[in-house]
Design a protein around this ligand. Structure first.
Ligand code: CP
Length: 320
């Protein structure tokens, strides 16, 4: 693997999931693989799970992780080519990224979208500029449109749960929109849709209010409905996530609390397991009763972030 930006960088999702679960069983089996190597983790935006799980994953492989909170502690970077830098930006990515390429063996970056300009965000300029100028493998820690480490984790968690099933069958997986007080990126939803569609092992349904259609490049293959009840019927896994509007970009058109899942709503599922990438706003996006209930997978999911990151780092180290 030369980079990890989307599912398109993965030869076999199942093989990567198998590798991640093998690391979960034996975390230090490849302790020498990353010896004398460094990963630079650049955060232009906040993080808890991604930051900590990537550090632990690197350390499990014997690598040294160095965290740089560029957003708070670094010079403000310019990404546009031929920019006249007379405004707030201090350093161009074409000057900074090659230096990261000298300091590190792998570069991992978190760059959220502005949610102001769809074309700019969906061009993925920031991460593409790091790839262009760093000269070393780049891993997305969540970009403007996708969150591939989260999606890999999600499929690891679903696969892990399905191993407990007595009878093999195709799972019904539902991605449901949930209310939120702020406009959030579409990254997690886009990425989950992209990975589940590519995986191809599930009946996949997406449900959201009108006006919340996602980019069809990611959702193609899923059944999409505005009726949450219809979507939830007989579901095995329900992935809950808010996102802001894609078509009329970055807005909140609906904040109907009726879209928040409750135990009552879950009665029509097949005792579905509940997933969320976290952080979650309790009793806005998801009710206490669901998050604290026996069917919530959210902590298991967040724990699996380590094994997803470790599997990806291992693949990149082995191909270097
Ligand atoms: N799910 C996730 O990416 O969490 P953080 O934003 O805390 O890294």
């Amino acid at each position: 693997m030369k980079q990890f930006i989307s599912v398109q960088d993965v030869k076999s999702i199942d093989a990567l999931v198998k590798k991640a679960l093998a690391y979960k069983a034996s975390p230090w089996v490849d302790k020498k693989l990353g010896m004398n190597k460094r990963i630079g983790c650049l955060f232009l935006n906040p993080s808890m799970r991604t930051r900590l799980s990537t550090q632990i994953a690197a350390q499990n492989l014997g690598m040294e992780p160095i965290i740089f909170n560029v957003g708070n502690e670094g010079w403000m970077l310019e990404f546009e080519e031929e920019a006249i830098m007379s405004g707030t930006t201090v350093e161009h990515v074409k000057d900074a990224a090659p230096i990261f390429g000298k300091y590190f063996d792998i570069l991992a970056i978190r760059t959220f979208p502005s949610l102001k300009n769809k074309e700019d965000d969906y061009s993925e300029l920031y991460i593409k500029q790091f790839i262009r100028y760093a000269g070393i493998p780049v891993i997305s820690l969540e970009s403007s449109t996708l969150h591939p480490l989260q999606s890999l984790t999600d499929i690891i968690t679903i696969s892990e749960e399905m191993k407990k099933w007595k009878k093999k069958k195709k799972p019904k997986i539902v991605l449901t929109w949930a209310p939120h007080i702020k406009p959030l990126p579409q990254c997690v939803a886009n990425s989950f849709a992209q990975w589940i569609n590519d995986w191809g092992k599930a009946e996949f349904v997406i449900t959201h209010p009108e006006d919340y259609e996602l980019d069809t490049r990611f959702t193609q293959g899923a059944h999409i409905t505005h009726q949450q009840d219809e979507a939830l019927k007989d579901a095995d896994f329900v992935y809950v996530k808010n996102w802001s509007t894609y078509t009329d970009y970055g807005k909140i058109f609906c904040n109907d609390p009726e879209w928040m899942l409750t135990d009552e709503k879950m009665k029509i599922t097949r005792k579905a397991k509940i997933m969320h990438c976290l952080p979650v706003r309790r009793n806005v996006e998801l009710s206490d009763e669901i998050l604290d209930g026996a069917n919530s997978l959210v902590t298991q999911q967040a724990g699996n972030r380590v094994w997803a990151a470790q599997a990806v780092l291992s693949e990149i180290l082995k191909s270097k």
